[in-house]
Design a protein around this ligand. Structure first.
Ligand code: ADP
Length: 513
């Protein structure tokens, strides 16, 4: 390990000017996609302070790029540019916006392989998964290019002869989009596609772990001819994120904020948005139950659990967090699930083309996951597989882990694990499992496997979540309404409902007719 890599890997530090040991730009065919400047008003620029921070590959701690560490003043400059652009963008026709999005989609599709490489390099997910995310992420731009044409108002029958009543939909204005690192492209396109289709402009603040994908998106937006100021990307380190978030919440030029990330930060933004009564859309953490009933097809349930639990090394908010298995099937499921984990989960550097599971995103997440496993063991859970850091593979790798006999006293039962840890809980009947599954403040996704049609309908209705996978472990798509209830968030993304977050209804009353 070279000295530079060691220094950057350990400290994830901030530097006035970052020197790179092996820049990503040298490894991606279309080098113009790997940017080191932020994108504001159609111009590639640094932070006013000149500060930069290093982007680290979590698989090996290598610094692969550097981007500006912008602060709240840089962010507000971007908001100003987005506002000026909004004045024109809102006047475009739906058809024009649709065409702009379609052109962006076309260049995104042309650069699928390169985008996947960037995602793998900065997030650690295996290349095949990264390619899947690119297809998924791009599909939001395609979907919203189509939905742009279908944003309709209504004509209402008036109760008074001399009046006519019409509702039209208008874009809310400038939107600030704050996104996480677990899906570096899809979490941006899911918001930005809807915002732009509705006639809003946006300022994206990507996660500090994965800013390069956001900048690649901006490079392709520029290439596709999207007008300057419509899509802006402001990069910042963790140190500046709170003040940037605050400035978004307080700026009179920002009409709405769309955030995906931790419940903790989501609640903070909710509070700060109260002051200006801003539109807010929140996709926060989950604590997904995954229920296997005794009459389920066990093979399908095992495969569903593998997909739901271990995609992106367990770092997804819809990941199966608590696996409830009916007592008649518990031992058989545990055995088959363990065998499937051993056969299918290969830890390694996501870029090697062989591994199916990458590292955790950073040191903090690795420490958290380790603590969750140790807590469960201390409180009496049984480790069936794994259970510790895979230090021989790398500093941020954790063994795929299966824990049995978990109970509600344990952290893994209550917290969103965000790691490759599957926890098994035995239940006696439907009534009990519904009580256990719903006993959480979160309500994002839930899954269950059953072959009893009456039970399927009952459980689907009673699970307190925004999304249900029925005999299915992967439920996301651009066409689907993604979102949660309880403390998992507000609003929906994707589907035609995704547009609603970025429009308001204006009532027009024509009188004296
Ligand atoms: P995680 O813990 O998974 O990183 P976070 O909620 O902390 O999730 O981060 C999600 C996004 O929110 C990132 O872009 C991050 O920079 C940003 N963020 C973190 N803290 C704040 C804050 N106080 N205000 C606004 N954005 C924030």
């Amino acid at each position: 390990m070279g000295l530079m890599r060691q220094v950057l890997g350990e400290s994830f530090g901030l530097f006035r000017q970052v020197k790179l040991s092996r820049p990503l730009g040298m490894r991606v065919r279309n080098a113009s996609l790997v940017r080191s400047k932020a994108f504001v008003n159609g111009i590639w620029k640094g932070a006013a302070s000149g500060e930069e921070f290093a982007v680290i590959n979590p698989a090996d701690g290598e610094a692969i790029g550097s981007v500006p560490n912008m602060n709240e003043n840089d962010a507000l400059e971007a908001v100003g540019a987005a506002y000026d652009s909004f004045l024109q963008w809102q006047e475009t026709t739906a058809k024009e916006r649709s065409h702009h999005l379609r052109k962006w989609f076309d260049v995104l599709q042309k650069n699928q392989d390169e985008l996947a490489k960037i995602i793998t390099a900065e997030s650690g997910k295996p290349l095949k998964e990264a390619a899947g995310e690119v297809a998924y992420g791009n599909s939001f731009i395609e979907w919203f290019s189509e939905e742009a044409r279908r944003i309709h108002g209504e004509v209402i029958d008036s109760p008074i002869k001399s009046k006519e009543m019409i509702f039209i939909r208008r874009p809310i204005g400038v939107t600030a989009l704050i996104t996480p690192w677990n899906f570096p492209i899809a979490m941006i396109t899911r918001k930005a596609g809807a915002a732009l289709a509705a006639g809003c402009t946006c300022v994206v603040k990507p996660a500090e772990d994965t800013p390069l994908t956001a900048l690649a998106l901006a490079a392709l937006a520029e290439e596709s001819g999207l007008p300057a100021g419509v899509f802006n990307v402001v990069t910042s380190g963790r140190d500046n994120a709170p003040l940037i978030g605050k400035s978004f919440c307080e700026s009179p030029l920002v009409a709405g904020i769309s955030f995906t990330g931790s419940t903790e930060v989501g609640k903070l933004l909710y509070k700060m948005c109260a002051k200006g009564v801003k539109r807010l859309s929140l996709e926060l953490g989950g604590n997904a139950p995954f229920i296997v009933f005794k009459n389920a097809d066990i093979g399908k349930a095992v495969q569903g659990a593998i997909a739901s639990k271990f995609r992106n090394c367990g770092q997804t908010c819809v990941s199966a967090n608590r696996l409830f298995v009916e007592e008649e099937m518990y031992d058989e499921f545990a055995g088959k699930f363990k065998e499937a984990m051993k056969a299918q989960l290969i830890l390694g550097n996501g870029g090697d083309g062989v591994s199916t599971m990458g590292p955790l995103i950073n040191d903090a997440q690795t420490k958290k996951v380790d603590g969750i496993v140790q807590d469960a063991v201390k409180k009496g859970a049984r480790i069936l597989l794994g259970g510790k850091k895979a230090s021989s593979v790398g500093d941020r790798f954790f063994e795929p882990t299966l824990i049995a006999d978990v109970d509600p006293r344990m952290l893994c039962y209550n917290e969103e694990i965000f790691g490759p840890i599957a926890v098994l809980i035995k239940f006696k009947n439907e009534e009990e499992v519904l009580r256990l599954a719903n006993h959480t403040k979160r309500g994002l996704a839930g899954y269950f496997f059953s072959n009893d049609i009456a039970q399927i309908w009952r459980v689907a209705k009673k699970l307190e979540v925004g999304m249900v996978g029925i005999n299915e472990g992967i439920i996301s798509s651009a066409e689907a309404a993604f979102g949660g209830i309880k403390e998992s968030g507000l609003g929906r993304e994707g589907s035609h409902y995704g547009i609603e977050e970025f429009t308001y209804i204006k009532y027009l009353c024509f009188g004296n007719l």
